[in-house]
Design a binder for this molecule. Structure first.
Ligand SMILES: O=C(O)CCC(=O)C(=O)O
Length: 271
């Protein structure tokens, strides 16, 4: 069982580069449970809506706010992620939201260059004290549209964002082009169960899925408790996050997958 705990080196990498990769954050058995959950509970893929890119491609996105006792919730509440986020965001954190990004074989679309804080800013968070853990549900490669990052771009500060394609928000293309001339672009190729922790101002994107395999990514996003939206908006305010031990996923997993999974699911999908 993975007992990942953030190291001093990971923390320094995060501060310098805006992200770091953890190999096998979730092991083969845990990923198998997650795959079974996806198979058994179709509500997620059925509720996912289309996200159109600027090249005519279409990805799908499911997003929800709660982190409950279903497998997705247990992953989002697991100590290996939440403790890491507490270190990265320097104090108590809460679950901001979780997302599943889905790229179907051959047709799965791209995500344009953006910073998450580019649009979370308008959710009334004063500081960019939010971060994401992007977990590879399927192996992510350049061919199927893995995440790409501009190393160190979190230090550019927040860049203006504008609509890109029908349903996306993209960072100012002129700034992105200038940043690309001085910062290294990294393709984050991951095995299933690997994860990337990244800063909300890190410029990132992902390409088309040109492969015969699906590419699913599970994103758990957190906000510092002290950075709850300063006014009431559509997105929920701070609520305490109940951490669960790292063992919880396997302990609950088989039971959840064998029972009626839908009854165990607590997530409320948002459109
Ligand atoms: O999963 C992906 O390919 C990118 C998703 C993303 O960047 C986001 O949801 O902010």
């Amino acid at each position: 069982m993975c007992a990942y705990r953030i190291t001093g080196e990971d923390f320094e990498t995060y501060q310098r580069d805006g992200f770091f990769v953890v190999r096998s954050l979730f092991d083969v058995e845990e990923m198998s449970l997650l795959h079974q959950a996806v198979e058994v509970d179709k509500s997620l893929s059925e509720a996912a809506y289309e996200v159109h890119d600027t090249q005519g491609g279409t990805a799908k996105l499911a997003i929800w706010n709660g982190a409950g006792d279903d497998l997705y919730g247990l992953v989002a509440r697991s100590e290996r992620i939440v403790n890491t986020m507490e270190r990265l965001l320097d104090g108590e954190v809460y679950h901001w939201h979780s997302k599943m990004t889905i790229k179907d074989p051959y047709t799965g679309g791209a995500w344009e260059w953006h910073q998450d804080y580019g649009y979370w800013y308008s959710y009334a968070c004063l500081y960019p004290d939010l971060a994401t853990c992007w977990i590879a549900v399927d192996k992510a490669t350049q061919e199927n549209g893995c995440l790409q990052v501009l190393v160190g771009s979190h230090r550019l500060g927040r860049i203006d964002h504008a609509p890109a394609g029908a349903t996306q928000s993209g960072a100012d293309p002129e700034r992105v082009e200038a940043a690309m001339k001085i910062l290294k672009r990294e393709f984050c190729e991951l095995e299933s169960g690997d994860a990337i922790f990244f800063h909300s101002n890190l410029l990132h994107c992902s390409g088309l899925n040109k492969s015969p395999s699906p590419r699913w990514g599970f994103l758990c996003c957190y906000n510092a408790a002290r950075n709850s939206p300063y006014k009431v908006i559509r997105h929920p305010q701070y609520s305490p996050l109940a951490k669960v031990p790292d063992t919880a996923i396997k302990e609950a997993g088989l039971k959840l997958v064998n029972q009626d999974y839908r009854k165990a699911s607590h997530y409320q999908l948002v459109k």
